[in-house]
Design a protein around this ligand. Structure first.
Ligand SMILES: C[S@@+](CC[C@H](N)C(=O)[O-])C[C@H]1O[C@@H](n2cnc3c(N)ncnc32)[C@H](O)[C@@H]1O
Length: 288
């Protein structure tokens, strides 16, 4: 007979305590309808540590000397990491055809472009940006692309840079040929692309870590803030504002907007897409 681990059930109180602890750590909010999800995914941690139940698990998360490790481990279980290369093509076209050419003019003297893919999951997004910039042939320019994510598991995968079929659902053949090496495990991103990208483990709510990033010209944060509630969205968008240079761009996912979140950015209508820009002339702030 197969052995099934019995599932534990969070009481209403345990659910609220653990839900709030997760929310305060990373902004992910589990509403009452997702209680079953925490039941299912966190029971395995209770068994893993041989604890008597969720009450003891909550104490563990709050007070154990391994609490930070444990919170990091549960991020691997609770985040949604769906991604693929060349996701949201029209926005990438706005980036290559309109945003980058404008930045190239603006930064002629400095000849540096700094781009952050915030919430990059397994790395397809920052590597896509690198491939696009390499295709543009920006000789003599220093390109720095930072990919970051809260989940250790996906950060490790991003650093490894080996991908299988599902990552390539929107990839044209010539990119595969030019930028990947076929291996037994899958397609490995080539060194020319990898050299432009640094992958870091980073919580978007960790103000100290964010402060170390330095100023960015473009921030991609696509399909990340959809999982946050309004007040977490405001906090993260304010950090992005502070991290961008004047004139820099913020690119969100196609189902995300700053409506009711921030008035600090100007909505710019480009030929290919609508994007947010930090303009120095606009006065505004995070919406109240
Ligand atoms: C759906 S993926 C999006 C990947 C990519 N940006 C794209 O659009 O294809 C969302 C990612 O955001 C990350 N994430 C969620 N909350 C985060 C936080 N507080 N700090 C950093 N990353 C976070 C998750 O771990 C997940 O990998």
């Amino acid at each position: 007979m197969p052995y099934f681990e019995p599932e534990l059930q969070l009481t209403e109180e345990e659910f609220r305590l653990i839900r709030d602890l997760i929310y305060n750590h990373c902004g992910l909010f589990f509403d009452d309808d997702s209680k079953y999800l925490l039941d299912r995914r966190l029971s395995q941690r209770v068994f893993h540590h041989n604890l008597s139940g969720f009450r003891e698990y909550y104490q563990f998360l709050k007070y154990d000397r391994r609490k930070e490790e444990e919170v990091a481990d549960i991020m691997d279980l609770l985040t949604t990491n769906e991604t693929y290369f060349f996701r949201e093509a029209f926005q990438l076209r706005a980036f290559t055809d309109e945003i980058v050419p404008e930045l190239l003019k603006l930064k002629q003297r400095e000849r540096t472009l700094r781009i952050w893919s915030a919430g990059c999951s397994t790395g397809e997004e920052p590597y896509t940006i690198a491939m696009l910039l390499l295709e543009m042939g920006l000789h003599g320019w220093r390109i720095e692309i930072v990919g970051s994510d809260i989940s250790h598991r996906v950060v490790q995968q991003a650093r490894k840079g080996v991908y299988t079929k599902s990552s390539f659902r929107a990839t044209e053949e010539h990119y595969l040929k030019r930028f990947f090496v076929e291996t037994d495990e899958g397609y490995r991103i080539c060194d020319e692309v990898r050299e432009l990208v640094t992958i870091s483990q980073m919580n978007l709510f960790d103000a100290n870590r964010l402060a170390l990033l330095g100023k960015m010209d473009v921030i991609f944060c696509r399909n990340v803030i959809i999982y946050f509630d309004q007040s977490s969205k405001k906090r993260v968008i304010e950090s992005f504002y502070n991290t961008l240079r004047g004139g820099g761009y913020l690119l969100l996912g196609h189902s995300e907007s700053l409506m009711n979140i921030s008035t600090a950015f100007a909505l710019k209508h480009l030929k290919n897409d609508m994007v947010y820009q930090k303009t120095d002339t606009i006065s505004g702030g995070v919406a109240s």
